[in-house]
Design a protein around this ligand. Structure first.
Ligand SMILES: Nc1nc2c(c(=O)[nH]1)N[C@H]1C(S)=C(S)[C@@H](COP(=O)(O)O)O[C@H]1N2
Ligand SMILES: [Mo]
Length: 432
């Protein structure tokens, strides 16, 4: 309190002085840089180098200067990014999550990757309705009040587009983990189990499939088997504590944990129950995996176990640190359940060391792994390999290509290799 009142007594004229101070501080920063360099490897400031900065001597911003809070302006590089050449326009397009900038397992709402087929609609929730019809006893038309009145559940689950890594089937192409793995997010989702709403409608014995349709311009539809609907599918309306972002399907989205992101239909307006899957316009060209023999895999819903190292990575090299001990850190996930363990190799897959799992360890959820690593400064081929609770082991690129060829776009979950060079920089190298 004493400190607070001191600040409030700061005279207005102090500002000019502060500006002068700021200029001095900038000059000081250069000196400090020299000092730090001279201090050698530790990178720790000494008492003399810690200056009282201008922001410690003046009033800060008032409450509600940002009624909805924003990150520090110094974090302005922590943003979603797109790859302009990847799609013909930015409406039917994709942006990527900056995985390398995140800690823990939750993707902040403003950084969740975006995938749209016709842009983001701005839906008035009071005008939004969900129709449930087809092979049901009672046709239902629910508004958002009716949906949020049901008892809710909350889970933390990842969501991944099956095209994640799809640019890398034929070899390394993207020099950034944001682009090799960033069609991936992990949020706390709140909503109503789909089975609760289906019980309300009463599924007829003939009902085996559900058509889910979005209210966006693409009116995107997917066919979902009833088993998934009765298992863990949710109708979600909240994400990390607040209502869904428009980008993620505001005001209502279907969410199928562990399954291809495209089945989690956003801006959900219709569920039709029928006896067989529908023929989707996209199905012939998309959401099937073209194999080497010309056949295509269909209904490959589950996102199989995958992992990637985030520190180091191309955007987070080990330059300028010169520590004897480094932390290799990354994330693993599996659409089939929990992570059993993650192994790390620094020699391209010949030798493996068990990593530690950090923090929450939930099914169908990002899981952090970490290995304390004494780097001798020589070039390395760093890899992570996940095993999930079903015993499924993340395949090598060679193993995956053997089964799937290189024609597919989807489900590339092979072991990823980062080439660490002696200067600490990291390149994307795809070894098989
Ligand atoms: N209505 C509708 N739902 C949709 C899409 C869409 O274009 N329209 N894209 C799908 C695809 S391909 C993916 S990968 C996920 C992406 O979810 P996100 O944008 O919340 O990350 O939403 C799915 N749901
Ligand atoms: Mo997707």
């Amino acid at each position: 309190m004493g400190k607070e009142s001191n600040k409030q007594k700061l005279p207005k004229t102090a500002v000019a002085t502060e500006n002068t101070l700021a200029a001095a501080a900038r000059r000081n920063f250069l000196k400090k840089g020299v000092l730090l360099a001279a201090a050698g490897s530790s990178g720790v400031a000494t008492a003399e180098t810690l200056k009282v900065e201008p922001w410690s001597k003046q009033l800060g911003r008032s409450v509600v200067s940002h009624p909805y809070g924003m990150p520090s302006p110094f974090e302005s590089n922590v943003v979603r990014r797109n790859v302009p050449w990847l799609t013909a326009d930015t409406h039917s397009s994709i942006s990527f999550t900056p995985l390398h900038e995140l800690k823990g397992i939750i993707t902040p709402n403003g950084l969740v990757f975006e995938r749209y087929h016709a842009g983001v609609p701005d839906i008035d929730p009071t005008a939004h309705r969900l129709l449930i019809h087809g092979d049901v006893e009672r046709e239902l038309v629910l508004d958002m009040d009716a949906i949020t009145a049901f008892p809710s559940v909350t889970v933390i689950r990842f969501l991944e587009c099956p095209a994640n890594g799809g640019m890398e089937w034929r070899g390394a192409q993207m020099e950034a983990v944001q682009f090799t793995h960033g069609m991936l997010s992990c949020c706390e989702w709140t909503g109503v189990p789909l089975k609760v709403i289906l019980q309300e409608a009463g599924i007829r014995p003939s009902g085996k499939w559900i058509l889910a349709e979005g209210a966006d311009g693409a009116a995107m539809t997917r066919s979902i088997p009833l088993e998934k609907a009765l298992d863990d599918a949710l109708l979600v309306y909240a994400q990390n504590g607040e209502r869904l972002r428009p980008e993620q399907g505001y005001p209502l989205r279907l969410f199928n944990p562990g399954w291809e992101g495209n089945t989690s239909v956003k801006w959900l307006r219709r569920l039709k129950i029928g006896d067989q899957p529908w023929h989707h316009r996209e199905e012939t060209s998309k959401y099937t995996d073209l194999m080497a023999d010309g056949n295509a895999r269909r209904f490959t819903w589950v996102m199989e176990a995958n992992s990637v190292i985030l520190s180091p990575c191309p955007e987070k090299p080990w330059t300028g640190q010169r520590r004897p001990l480094y932390e290799i850190e990354g994330i693993a996930w599996s659409g089939r359940g929990r992570i059993r363990h993650v192994d790390i190799s620094d020699d391209g897959g010949n030798n493996w060391r068990r990593a530690q799992l950090k923090g929450l360890h939930l099914p169908k959820c990002l899981t952090r792994f970490s290995l304390l690593y004494e780097w001798d400064g020589a070039p390395k081929l760093l890899q992570s390999r996940v095993t999930d609770e079903t015993g499924y082991v993340q395949p090598t690129l060679a193993q995956l290509r053997q089964v799937r060829g290189v024609e597919s776009i989807y489900h590339k979950n092979s072991i990823h290799t980062w080439g660490l060079s002696a200067d600490g920089k990291v390149r994307n190298v795809q070894i098989s």
